[in-house]
Design a protein. Structure first.
Length: 381
């Protein structure tokens, strides 16, 4: 954490704009180098004698401009740049560094939405700060399909989604299929991305206070989300093959968890893949202790493998989740979960309660991408 305290010049205009401008200038000048952590909002507000809300608005503004990143629970960090900070137009005069800030951007095609991906990739650098699918021309395919959807279904776009058409389930069935395993259409629940699907499974299979097993190295957003829902994460030791069966058995005997979350194929962050014998050992422990299994396959779809997914080996207790985010386009938020038939409607209800309901436009677009073959073509590029 930095001990930086900004020297805000006197002048007219809202304090949060002047603070945001000073933050931007100090980043450009190197006073706040890449990776530096800005002071907590409450601390900086106290030091400057201003409100926490004022600091929060300033932090939000520089975050919108792609100068910092913020994450609840971790703080706000300065981002590195591979090009000069883009100029932002305003009616006010420029600051000394040439940077201009406005309270809210004008929504045009040139707006910087704060993505981790620059509009024009640097010709000599590889960007390793995002796990989303690379940009390889998806927008033209999406544009064409969106035109078809808006023409075919104008009334659905203007309303709430009240039914799940068979085509959405068929798309999920096709996208989640692996090798000889093909899920039943009735088991498919479309979701607002993989994370929403996983959180819906947790909501439908556990209650506040229940424990959920995560590997010592895991995708942290799911564990954090579970904590926000009042569930308790429990760690299990792992090796290069995945969770250790004996250690999982001990955790189950001592803590009595209800669910285990795993990424058996292309594990995040290790990229390892669990061999078949380990998969069967983990399933044996899960059956002995009546443990639900969440199988996160968002990266697994990138790898050709003859290994059977966990759901093919234990269909009565496994929830198999996949999405388009790593292979087609993260901005679509298209995902599906294959559930035990006994829980498919529960997952759908939980998803609706937690998200407000699936988006017709995005779900229809995701389905058409898959059923047309376009999604698979993009995955194979």
């Amino acid at each position: 954490m930095t001990n930086w305290i900004p020297n805000i010049p006197a002048g007219k205009g809202p304090m949060y704009l002047r603070l945001a401008t000073q933050i931007a200038e100090d980043i450009v000048a190197g006073t706040l180098p890449a990776g530096a952590k800005l002071p907590p909002q409450r601390d900086l507000a106290y030091d400057l004698g201003i409100t926490v809300g004022t600091v929060g608005r300033a932090y939000a503004l520089v975050r919108e401009k792609g100068l910092v990143s913020g994450e609840v629970g971790r703080g706000t960090y300065v981002l590195g740049t591979i090009a000069p900070v883009p100029e932002i137009t305003t009616d006010n005069s420029k600051t000394a560094s040439g940077i201009q800030l406005i309270p809210s951007p004008v929504l045009t095609g040139d707006v910087d939405f704060g993505s981790t991906r620059t509009a024009v990739p640097h010709p000599e650098l590889a960007r390793l700060d995002s796990t989303s699918a690379p940009e390889i021309g998806q927008s033209e395919i999406v544009r064409s399909l969106m035109q078809q959807i808006t023409s075919d279904s104008p009334y659905e776009i203007a309303s709430y989604t009240r039914i799940i058409p068979d085509s959405w389930r068929q798309a999920g069935q096709q996208w989640l299929a692996r090798g000889d395993w093909v899920p039943e259409t009735a088991s498919i629940v479309p979701a607002f991305g993989a994370q929403a699907a996983i959180m819906s499974v947790i909501s439908a299979t556990t209650s506040p206070g229940d424990r959920i097993v995560f590997e010592e190295l895991t995708y942290s957003s799911i564990a954090r989300g579970a904590v926000l829902m009042g569930r308790q994460p429990v760690a299990v030791a792992r090796d290069e093959c995945g969770p250790l069966p004996d250690e999982l058995a001990k955790v189950c005997a001592q803590k009595h968890p209800k669910v285990i979350f795993m990424m058996p194929t292309m594990h995040n962050p290790t990229l390892t893949t669990m061999p078949e014998d380990r998969r069967r050992e983990i399933i044996a422990v899960a059956r002995e202790h009546n443990l639900w299994i969440i199988e996160d396959e968002v990266y697994g779809s990138l790898r050709d493998t003859e290994l059977m997914p966990l759901i093919a080996l234990a269909p009565e207790r496994t929830f198999h989740v996949g999405s388009l985010s790593k292979t087609v386009a993260a901005g679509l938020r298209g995902g599906w979960v294959s559930s035990p038939l006994s829980h498919a409607q529960r997952i759908a209800n939980a998803h609706k309660m937690m998200t407000g309901g699936i988006s017709f436009l995005l779900a229809e677009l995701s389905a058409r991408l898959v059923l047309s073959g376009a999604a698979n073509d993009l995955r194979l590029r």
